[in-house]
Ligand binder design. Structure first.
Ligand SMILES: Cc1ncc(COP(=O)(O)O)c(C=O)c1O
Length: 449
């Protein structure tokens, strides 16, 4: 029998153990305690990790932002001017009277047509109806709408053992129970998924949804192999579940061969795919979408109450895609990120090599780095903080504080020189920890910085 590779994560009740984060910025008490008035969701929520950044962020490996070097400022500015000159009045309104309320519930029809074409280009074999596209305020809103539309108390949702916290929060807020599935270096383990489905059923829960970032998974960078994708869909079919495929990182492949998307492989219309222009064009567009069958997407429109996406930027993006600018923009990004990926791998090996393990990802925005057993991870974080390194502790994605130190390093936004110097400073933080040096701030524990 083949032995199993070392797991990145055991299956677990994801975020059950998310450590409480103390927000020092609230320490000066106002005359009345506004927090007394917080609803339970706000009371139990955790302030964002990055509320307490290092005093001077010299090396920002924290935020998964695209590089501003590739933001297409000139094209967006030109197109925006043209649109305001051409149809400023309707571009600035809630909706276009030519299309009516569809604009508010699922987005401007010409934009949905362009997105449908883009979705087809990224998912071979798919014929995408524009009515199966809902345009959202970033793809996080698409996840939020899907959660509201499909989940409630008594449902079970299955996610990778370390995953995208901003999406997961929405799933949990519905009252559904979230199961984190064990992963190895190729993504989630299908037999663990099958076990979790059985476990959910034995608890009287209804297995309802699988949420997966199958390509260049956040935070681990893993790519689910074709065979596992098929097995995942078999399980979804068998148990009558919906699958959300978060495809936001899939265009960013720097090496290796593409793997067919779940959306392409689906034969039953049970996969819906979230994506956005945030990583390919610019996060500030805040234009994302969910693609699926018109029937599946209708449910998202039925729970939408925000008076629609940004009509102005939506029109800019419609023209941007219609002018055929997307392929070159994606290629520009890949050309910018490939050497940064390679520089990060080389610098990690050079400066931290004895104390960390990592797999160089074939794509995406992140390295998922594991610290050698026995190194005091909170202390490394405190030393890194002193050196102005912003990075995301692994437990922010998994809720696990089992002593294994993981860090997610985002490499797309810093320059190559910053990557080199930042990794050197990260190595120095590990060395200072091993040498027993004290950092200027008290190490506060997992995730707390
Ligand atoms: C996995 C994943 N999904 C969705 C998003 C959200 O992107 P958007 O800007 O489209 O809301 C992000 C952003 O970092 C992400 O990492």
């Amino acid at each position: 029998m083949r032995s199993r590779p070392r797991l990145l994560f055991e299956g677990h009740d994801i975020f059950a153990a998310t450590p409480e984060i103390k927000d020092d910025s609230l320490e000066e008490k106002p005359l009345f305690e506004v927090s007394d008035l917080f609803a339970p969701l706000a009371k139990n929520g955790t302030p964002p990790y990055f509320h307490r950044n290092p005093p001077h962020i010299k090396f920002d490996f924290d935020q998964g932002s695209p590089s501003s070097e590739v933001f297409p400022v000139a094209d967006l500015s030109r197109i925006s001017d043209e649109i305001l000159a051409r149809d400023g009045k309707t571009a600035l309104d809630y909706m276009d009277p030519n299309y009516g309320y569809a604009d508010i519930t699922i987005g401007w029809t010409p934009l949905r047509e362009q997105i449908a074409g883009f979705v087809e280009s990224r998912n071979p074999g798919v014929t995408q109806s524009p009515d199966g596209i809902i345009v959202t305020n970033g793809s996080v809103q698409a996840l939020a709408l899907a959660a509201t539309a499909y989940l409630s108390t008594g449902d079970a949702v299955f996610v990778e053992g370390a995953s995208f916290p901003f999406g997961l929060r929405y799933f949990q807020q519905t009252g559904a129970t979230t199961f984190g599935i064990a992963m190895d270096h190729q993504g989630l383990l299908i037999d663990s998924l099958a076990d979790a489905i059985a476990e959910a059923k034995s608890q009287g829960l209804r297995p309802k949804m699988i949420y997966t970032i199958a390509s260049f998974q956040l935070p681990t960078g893993t790519v689910l192999p074709l065979e596992r994708r098929k097995q995942l869909l078999d399980l979804a079919n068998l148990h009558n579940m919906l699958v959300i495929e978060d495809a936001i990182y899939s265009p960013f492949r720097y090496s290796g061969e593409p793997v067919t998307s779940l959306y392409s492989l689906d034969t039953e219309g049970r996969v819906i795919q979230s994506d956005s222009f945030a990583k390919t064009v610019a996060p500030g567009t805040r234009i994302g979408w969910m693609a699926g069958s018109p029937e599946a997407i209708l449910a998202l429109a039925m729970v939408r109450q925000d008076l629609g996406p940004n009509q102005w930027v939506g029109r800019v993006m419609e023209q941007y895609v219609r002018e055929g600018l997307m392929p070159a923009q994606i290629q520009r990004s890949i050309d910018n990120y490939t050497p940064k990926r390679d520089a990060t791998a080389a610098a990690l090996k050079k400066y931290c090599g004895d104390h960390v393990t990592f797999h160089t990802p074939d794509g995406g925005f992140y390295f998922w780095v594991e610290l050698e057993d026995g190194i005091d991870w909170p202390l490394v974080q405190a030393h890194a903080y002193d050196r102005g390194i912003a990075m995301r502790p692994g437990e922010m994605f998994s809720g696990q504080t089992n002593g294994r130190g993981f860090v997610r390093l985002a490499f797309t936004s810093p320059s190559i020189a910053e990557i080199e110097d930042g990794m050197q400073a990260f190595g120095a933080s590990i060395d200072a920890t091993l040498a027993g040096e004290r950092p200027s701030i008290e190490p506060t524990g997992y995730a707390k910085l």
